[in-house]
Design a binder for this molecule. Structure first.
Ligand SMILES: Nc1nc2c(c(=O)[nH]1)N[C@H]1C(S)=C(S)[C@@H](COP(=O)(O)O)O[C@H]1N2
Ligand SMILES: [Mo]
Length: 364
């Protein structure tokens, strides 16, 4: 157990002047973000949804795919895709965000997938209810965690594993969680977990296990790598930290005007500019969005669009009377528990960092 909790094994921090490495570039090229102009879509078209895959995308044959449900249950189950399809269908619109979003902006930078602001997307997921399936299997008294194991395999900091994550039993039985086989009304694409993935509304991405093959009900706390070593908020290597769970509030703006190719600085014509974006939070309902055109010195409320679904992003807009000059736009969301920080909070693995977005704009 002591080695399981050694955080030093879980993250390296770059030197202050250490540039992003080829290893980080390789990860960033495989695991793409959502181009921020795609914030315009209520549902993110699947090719534009962000993507994160720890190992390789496994090749899973849907006709021989089986799901085992076992462990601390009365009746273990084995299901194929048709069995899952026969169960009552449930659809939910859910915003997914990687827990490492914003990591590359931290100083010093935790070395891992170097996200800026774009590790987010929203889809309508369809499948069957996890709670209903667990009810069928008959979860026994004294259950603590439910463990989800996937088909993809690799090593991480020396630990060989199938990607495996556990959820507390209360969340697993909440009625929110789906075993999804469709994304935006079509079968799941390979990169998003075909044939079946978990969708845990409100939680950061790591909980939404793709390429699911096994569900094990446990009468004790799960101590596997992805829960005990990765995905913890730690101050330093000796801090056991706390588990990363629900999504912190965040707002993003569709970058206005047009970009410069290399710097992506925005060029905007003076006059009335309609700024548009999205805001979400998995831990509590979003109650407001504010905009700053002076790098966070002063803030003005934006107009918040309707909540279409508790765990999906909402739109917001802001009428900006743009006067020629150089600007740094900032945007921040508040939920009923608090507001996004303007200065970056730091932790060893760069998790759940939700510093307010910054966009450089030239008004001409
Ligand atoms: N089996 C498996 N599930 C996984 C992962 C993985 O590498 N393997 N990555 C997780 C992480 S860290 C994130 S952020 C989300 C990303 O989901 P997406 O690629 O569909 O956007 O999947 C999660 N589920
Ligand atoms: Mo992630």
């Amino acid at each position: 157990m002591t080695d399981v909790l050694r955080a030093g094994e879980a993250a390296r921090v770059a030197g202050v002047d250490e540039a992003v490495s080829l290893d980080e570039l390789r990860l960033a090229a495989r695991n793409h973000g959502m181009p921020l102009e795609a914030l315009r879509h209520d549902l993110t078209p699947p090719g534009l949804h962000y993507l994160l895959v720890h190992y390789d995308i496994p090749f899973v044959d849907p006709s021989s795919w089986r799901l085992q449900v076992g462990g601390h249950v009365r009746t273990p189950l084995t299901l194929d895709l048709a069995d899952l399809h026969d169960r009552p269908r449930v659809s939910r619109t859910v915003t997914l965000e990687c827990a490492g979003n914003g990591r590359a902006r931290l100083l010093p930078r935790p070395v891992s997938q170097p996200w800026l602001d774009e590790a987010v997307g929203t889809a309508e997921w369809t499948g069957c209810s996890l709670a209903a399936l667990l009810d069928e299997a008959g979860v026994l008294d004294g259950t603590v965690d439910v463990v989800f194991t996937a088909h993809d395999h690799g090593t991480e900091r020396g630990v060989e594993q199938d990607y495996t994550r556990a959820l507390p039993i209360a969340e697993a039985l909440s009625g929110n969680v789906l075993l999804a086989d469709e994304m935006n009304g079509a079968p799941l694409p390979p990169q998003h977990g075909a044939p079946v993935r978990l969708v845990v509304p409100g939680w950061y991405g790591m909980a939404h296990v793709k390429w699911l093959r096994d569900i094990a009900v446990l009468p004790s706390r799960f101590t596997g790598y992805q829960n005990a070593v990765a995905y913890r908020l730690r101050a330093d290597a000796d801090d056991p930290g706390v588990p990363v769970s629900r999504i912190q509030p965040r707002a993003l703006v569709v970058p206005p005007g047009f970009p410069d190719f290399m710097t992506r600085r925005r060029i905007v014509d003076a006059g009335a500019v309609e700024l548009f974006g999205r805001a979400w939070s998995g831990r509590a309902p979003v109650v407001g969005v504010e905009l700053s055109v002076d790098d966070g010195l002063t803030w003005t409320p934006a107009a918040l669009g309707p909540e279409t679904s508790r765990f999906a992003w909402r739109s917001w807009s802001f009428a900006w009377d743009a006067v020629p000059g150089e600007y740094t736009l900032r945007v921040r969301a508040a939920d009923t528990e608090g507001v996004q920080p303007v200065d970056q909070p730091w932790n060893l693995q760069g998790m759940a960092n939700n510093m307010a977005q910054r966009v450089a704009v030239t008004v001409r």
